[in-house]
Write a protein that binds this ligand. Structure first.
Ligand SMILES: Cc1ncc(C[n+]2csc(CCOP(=O)(O)OP(=O)(O)O)c2C)c(N)n1
Ligand SMILES: [Mg+2]
Length: 371
């Protein structure tokens, strides 16, 4: 009996614009218009400006910690733009700031989050997203559950979830992928492969040649894309979202990109990264590449850049002012955001600011009543 091939697969790698800003004339027809590219380029520069200021805020003790998006702007923005605001759901990780703003999250909420203020996690009514997700991988399950709900309710909405290369080593990733594919939920799994999970390089994290191939095991369409190419990211994400919306089930996208900054402000990547590697990726910076493209097309110049830099600075100043100027939270807040109807026991606690729980009354803890 001859041995047959049980399974064979190939994975496409999509790039429309190369590192020099030169585009594939055929592929570019099926992606963003010049007006859209201009708009998104500005989002990218604003996002970078926020990063720079947030870094300084942390260094001067005005923020707890902060993970820069630097280098990954095209991935987050291209994918975010492919989703429909108010219709599709975003289940982010923590490196997609601009995608969140685009979908209606006030920018200062992100700063509040990193300043340790819970109000940064209170997603405004009508904005379809889950809060920033620090436990690695849990948001992929949320996206699958939300997408399943959308399917059951027959709403034409898709859930897109963002996560890193490291997150694909988590059990949650595999559970979400298996469930999404088995139940054909309208979920788009968007992996930002930035080559590092804090200090662990991708090669030490997994033995797969690509992250994208993990989706094959779940029978899911999967694509690798140049994550620093705004146009390509938009195109593959739009296609995946529209397939999901049309009932074609989930997809996986591996956006190959690079984290140009430290993991967070609590990290010093110089301790584990080869400067040559960082330098090579600086040459692939998504902002520089797009600017080259726009300049050659006569759509951008130094004057416009100077104006944008000024506008970005003013915007960031305003965002910081909004975050730092927010009134202090009240003690009641700890009761107000978990239950629609406060259980009677908690209601008593809220009204009296006392607890009856054994060992927790102030007197029992050795404190004077009301202390
Ligand atoms: C469940 C869980 N385990 C460990 C951590 C600590 N941790 C924070 S970020 C991180 C690396 C994540 O890497 P990756 O998924 O590639 O995302 P990136 O930060 O590179 O964008 C780890 C291990 C965590 N936050 N949650
Ligand atoms: Mg990573």
């Amino acid at each position: 009996m001859p041995i047959r091939t049980a399974y064979q697969a190939k994975i496409d790698y999509v790039q429309i614009m190369d590192e020099h800003g030169v585009v594939d004339e055929k592929l570019v027809k099926d992606t963003l218009s010049d007006e859209q590219v201009l708009e998104l380029y500005q989002y990218m520069c604003r996002c970078r400006a926020l990063d720079e200021t947030a870094f300084k805020l942390q260094r001067s003790g005005r923020m707890g910690t902060y993970p820069q998006n630097k280098g990954q702007e095209a991935a987050a923005i291209g994918a975010g733009f492919a989703a429909k605001r108010g219709v599709d759901w975003l289940c982010p990780c923590y490196r997609e700031n601009a995608a969140l703003w685009m979908h209606g999250l006030p920018m200062h909420y992100v700063l509040l989050h990193w300043m340790g203020d819970e109000r940064g996690n209170q997603i405004p009514e009508g904005v379809r997203m889950t809060p920033l997700c620090i436990p690695i991988g849990t948001q992929m399950l949320h996206a699958t559950g939300i997408a399943w709900a959308m399917k059951l309710k027959k709403e034409p909405s898709v859930a897109i979830t963002f996560f890193g290369d490291g997150a694909t080593s988590e059990g949650d990733f595999h559970e979400a992928m298996n469930f999404a594919s088995t139940f054909q939920t309208p979920t788009v799994f968007f992996c930002q492969n930035n080559h590092w999970a804090i200090s662990v390089p991708r090669e030490s994290q997994m033995n797969s040649e690509t992250v994208a191939q993990k989706a094959l095991a779940y029978g899911m369409p999967t694509t690798q894309v140049d994550g620093n190419d705004l146009m390509a990211v938009y195109k593959v994400t739009r296609d995946a979202i529209e397939r999901a919306r049309a009932g074609g089930g989930p997809s996986f996208i591996e956006a190959v990109t690079y984290r140009l900054a430290d993991h967070t402000t609590a990290d010093d990547a110089r301790r584990y990264r080869d400067p040559k590697e960082v330098e090579a990726w600086q040459g692939k910076d998504p902002i520089i590449r797009l600017r080259k493209y726009l300049t050659v097309k006569g759509l951008w110049d130094d004057q416009k850049q100077a104006e944008l830099d000024e506008a970005a600075k003013a915007m960031v100043t305003e965002v910081v002012r909004a975050a730092e100027g927010i009134a202090k939270p009240t003690v009641h807040d700890i009761f107000d955001y978990t239950y629609a109807q406060l259980p009677s026991e908690l209601d008593v606690q809220k009204r009296t600011m006392r607890t009856n729980s054994l060992g927790q009354a102030p007197e029992q803890a050795g404190l004077a009543s009301g202390a």
